[in-house]
Design a protein around this ligand. Sequence first.
Ligand code: C2O
Ligand code: CU
Length: 474
Amino acid sequence: MTTSRRDFLKTGAAAAGLAALPGIARAAAGSREFVLSAGHFEQALAPDGPMTDFWAFNRSVPGPELRFRKGDRVKVVVNNDLSGIDTTVHWHGLRVPNAMDGVPYVTQYPIKPGEMYSYEYEVKDSGTFWYHPHQISFEQVPRGLYGPLIVEEDAPIEVDREVVWVLSDVRVDAKGRQINDFGRILDIANDGRLGNVVLVNGQQAGEKVALAVRSGERMRLRLINAASARIFRLRLAGHTLHAVALDGQAIKPRELETVDLGPGMRVDLVVDFMAAPGSEHKVLDVDRRSRGQIARVSYLDDAPLRDKPLGAPMQLAANDLPEPDVAKAIDHYIVFEGGMRGSPVIGMIDGKPTNIQEIMEKEKLAWTMNFSAQHEHALLHDPLLYVRKGDHVVLRLINQTDFAHPMHLHGHFFRVVGVDGRPVVEQDWRDTVLMAPRQSVDVAFVADNLGEWMFHCHILEHAAGGMMGTIAVE
Ligand code: C2O
Ligand code: CU
């Protein structure tokens, strides 16, 4: 029974905020308003380079940084100035009410060209988040529609400076124009569509992206992976990288050799820059598929700010997340199959039993979750599973494919409690977990947010190719 969705379709428009909601007092402390306009725009990837065509928020790639305080009441008005293209905005990682989640046909109707939609919600968690459309996201995100969303803590950890890097990529031709080859089955059924130019805050990654630092300074570096498919594995030789938050949620500070970031994921680092004034250091991506320089850390000649390192950073205050109790949780299994190198898959496609190998090319579907696949936000598809509000839930995610998948749940955070059937020590809170090929991962959460929530692979071509479903909390 898809009660929640049918109810939405009958009554959703008004309830979901299409009509103006009674106003929030603008002057009141803790309420903030922003306007995001999605439109067409051009930007050079390098200072001397040609112009690249983008779809972007407020004529900028990435879109403007939205900076909130924990506890804020926010209103973000989204204007759709794209020509002939519907869109929505999803607030990746924010625990918003279902109607504000920005998923077309599940939580709202798409925003038509020339129309606007008003998203209003309370910001429950501090941390590093981001926003992007959920409509044809495998095209709209790589076209440039994404931006950082930062929620400040009441008591932030002390650093000298904070820097946000939005990492992504773009596929362009020799003239710098975006190549219009979105949604090819070759990308859908493999590792996704990788761009040929990696971007750091909208600029071509590499030698020319310089992060100027002063010796002795302590920086909080917030990293966001907004690429549709690229998995980053970053390294900064000669420096100690302390992770203090994953997907926005505080962890006990942890030293990292490499920073692994699947699509959708975030990490907050605290870095003490203790090398000699005037020295240069490379930030490298050492992932086997990418391998390249991301940026250059360039020390100023100034006298060091301090001569001794500050020691390990303090732990950030935790957000108030409902603690899952694995002992009393209900277990649900979700099996993932498919892909170009996968075994033949028989599954339900939009509700009908089908041999996926036979329809792959034509239907552009290549993946199943629990032996079923659906086209993006297909209206008649049932949720993968139903749970009751307040249930403690363990999802056993069984990756029967030869590919990695960053699995993202909307509306909730989960703890990663097991890998390949063994309990893990640091049970990190995440909203996106990267499953390695053939790995199984157990995640636990309390289903405390009412509504129908997306659960999908954040390699956006995989999501489009069947690896998306919903979990209904009733
Ligand atoms: Cu970042 Cu369902 O999305
Ligand atoms: Cu995937």
